[in-house]
Design a protein around this ligand. Structure first.
Ligand code: F6P
Length: 547
């Protein structure tokens, strides 16, 4: 990192931003080859970034910023297993989990690959035995239902991947996810599950998380009451880095799967945390998913910055967030099975980069981590797209769509594709007042009606979007999409000079909840010392409890 070069690069970008007056539609008009020049193909994934407010100059200035921030050097440290998570003194080495060749990978000098391969083999063997019925429920039958109990990274990844890969899930299995401490989450599922053939996976990196431990205890008690205490051993398995804590829960040692502290929770779907995914789709398909991650690791390490997709994704967002002050980004998969993707990216991006303090301990100098939000298309078109097209806030959009449907009706798929392409086109092109007026004139409206209606029908356009177009949503493509975003987050973290791998911002709320729990549980404890809002709310809760 070179501070002087960064200041220069930031200044140049600010000046360029002020001088940027061409619309994206103008850029398409002057460059008939804009699509050819502004897209990248990675195997089956095409990344189209032509509909962005960028020229070659913009990109060159952004690459200069990346170079000044030291993206290359930090990436070498990252893949070299140095302790780049400086506040927790750990490497961030989730890439080792999807390394499928025979080579080594080092975490602070130790080759982690022998342990990674051994654990992977253990998970694959267990998952296959559950799938083929070698490992049975207490009643001797094959498991039909799997319940993953976990939250945050121990839930969002497996949940999103299993949902996205629905066509690859074994027909005889149903996978469920319980995360919320709200008893309704587990309670509603327990009412409907075929308990006698249900396997629970307790997933928690720390094995201390309140939500997961509470749900796990309740599920354990339920199994013990309904199937007998002896059945608990057959119906539970666990995944954690804290193997001693699992033993205390009473899970058989051969049903315990580990991973390592150099795997962040939100980067853990590639590890044993993905056990529910392996059971759902099988080891072979899971390996394809890992392969997708590995493809992107290779691309990210070897492609020059100019054609490096995670780098481009990171820089485009920085351009809008820090120089145009667009505060959010919408993630819109035209892919119903990707309906958990934006929730997944919320944790990946906002927990990683939602920071205000630089690695040096100083305050950041630019705005970090835009809000990520979204829902699948075409549903979103009938909800929030009005605002995307005509609202006062400009929201860059990422569209995701498959050229071929995975086991869905092709007739529907044509409509889905046409709608996805139409939306990015409409956001970019817009519709001018003159065009609206001429259309209304053609409809034979009188002049007064035209003048009154026309401004409401104008689309400003010039609203940026990327499109990720892939052949089919296969395990490998999904692995690629996830890893692209992981590395994008890394690059942004380097440019903002923050630690993308810690999450201290979740601690205060946890601590205060621990302090408030006894006040809510025991009505006679004193509320002295609480702020008047919290005291008022607890008093009202107590009043309702009495009622
Ligand atoms: O509260 C945030 C968090 O620590 C996440 O980073 C993590 O993914 C989640 O909680 C769950 O943690 P664990 O896997 O340890 O239960």
């Amino acid at each position: 990192m070179n501070r002087e070069d960064i200041t220069k690069a930031v200044g140049a970008l600010q000046a360029h931003r002020e001088a940027s007056h061409e619309t994206v539609a103008d850029l398409f008009r002057v460059d008939p080859k804009r699509f050819e020049n502004f897209h990248i193909k990675l195997d089956d994934v095409l990344f189209d970034y032509s509909k962005h407010r960028v020229t070659r100059t913009t990109l060159d200035l952004l690459f200069a910023l990346a170079r000044a921030a030291g993206v290359d050097e930090r990436r070498s440290k990252f893949f070299g297993g140095e302790a780049i998570n400086i506040t927790e003194h750990r490497p961030a080495l989730h890439m080792a989990l999807r390394k499928l060749d025979d080579g080594p990978m080092f975490a602070q000098g130790t080759d982690v690959m022998p342990a990674v391969r051994a654990e992977r083999a253990k998970i694959f063997a267990f998952a296959e035995a559950v799938r083929n019925g070698t490992i049975k429920a207490a009643n001797g039958e094959r498991f039909t239902d799997i319940v993953n109990i976990g939250i945050g990274g121990s839930d969002l990844g497996p949940r999103m991947v299993v949902t996205a890969l629905t066509p690859f899930v074994a027909d005889h299995l149903t996978i469920h996810f319980v995360s919320n401490v709200d008893g309704a989450d587990l309670g509603d599922k327990l009412k409907k599950l075929p308990l006698a053939t249900t396997l629970f996976i307790i997933c928690s990196k720390t094995f201390t998380t309140l939500e997961t431990m509470t749900n796990a205890q309740t599920a354990r008690q339920f199994v013990s009451e309904k199937l007998g205490e002896a059945a608990v051993a057959d119906h539970f398995c666990a995944v954690s880095t804290q193997l001693d804590k699992i033993a205390a829960f009473g899970i058989k040692p051969d049903r315990v799967f580990g991973f390592w502290d150099w795997v962040g929770g939100r980067y853990s779907v590639w590890s044993a945390i993905g056990l529910s995914v392996v059971i759902a789709i099988g080891a072979e398909k899971f390996e394809k998913f890992l392969l997708g991650g590995q493809d992107i690791d290779q691309h990210f390490q070897t492609a020059p910055l100019e054609s490096n997709v995670p780098v481009l994704m990171a820089l485009l967002e920085i351009w809008y967030h820090d120089y145009w002050h667009y505060m959010t980004r919408a993630v819109i998969p035209y892919d119903e099975r990707m309906n958990r993707f934006s929730a997944y990216l919320q944790q990946l991006e906002m927990e990683s980069n939602g920071k205000s303090i630089q690695i040096s301990g100083e305050k950041v100098t630019q705005s970090t981590a835009p809000v990520v939000w979204g829902e699948p298309g075409t549903n979103g078109q009938h909800a929030f797209f009005q605002m995307l097209h005509q609202g006062t806030e400009i929201v860059p959009v990422d569209f995701f769509v498959a050229a071929q449907p995975s086991g869905a009706d092709p007739k529907h798929h044509q409509l889905l594709l046409a709608n996805c392409l139409a939306q990015s086109q409409a956001l970019m092109q817009g519709r001018s007042l003159e065009e609206v007026k001429s259309r209304l004139t053609a409809q034979k409206l009188d002049q007064a009606a035209i003048d009154a209606l026309a401004p409401h029908k104008v689309f400003p356009g010039d609203r940026p979007s990327s499109t990720f177009l892939y052949k089919r949503l296969s395990p490998r493509v999904l692995g690629q999409l996830i890893a692209l975003h992981e590395h994008k987050v890394f690059v942004q973290g380097v440019i903002w000079n923050i630690d993308s791998f810690d999450q201290w911002g979740v601690e205060l709320g946890k601590e205060l909840a621990n302090e408030l729990t006894p006040l809510i549980r025991d009505s006679d404890t004193s509320l002295e010392g609480l702020d008047s809002s919290t005291r008022g709310l607890v008093t009202e809760i107590r009043r309702h409890k009495k009622g």
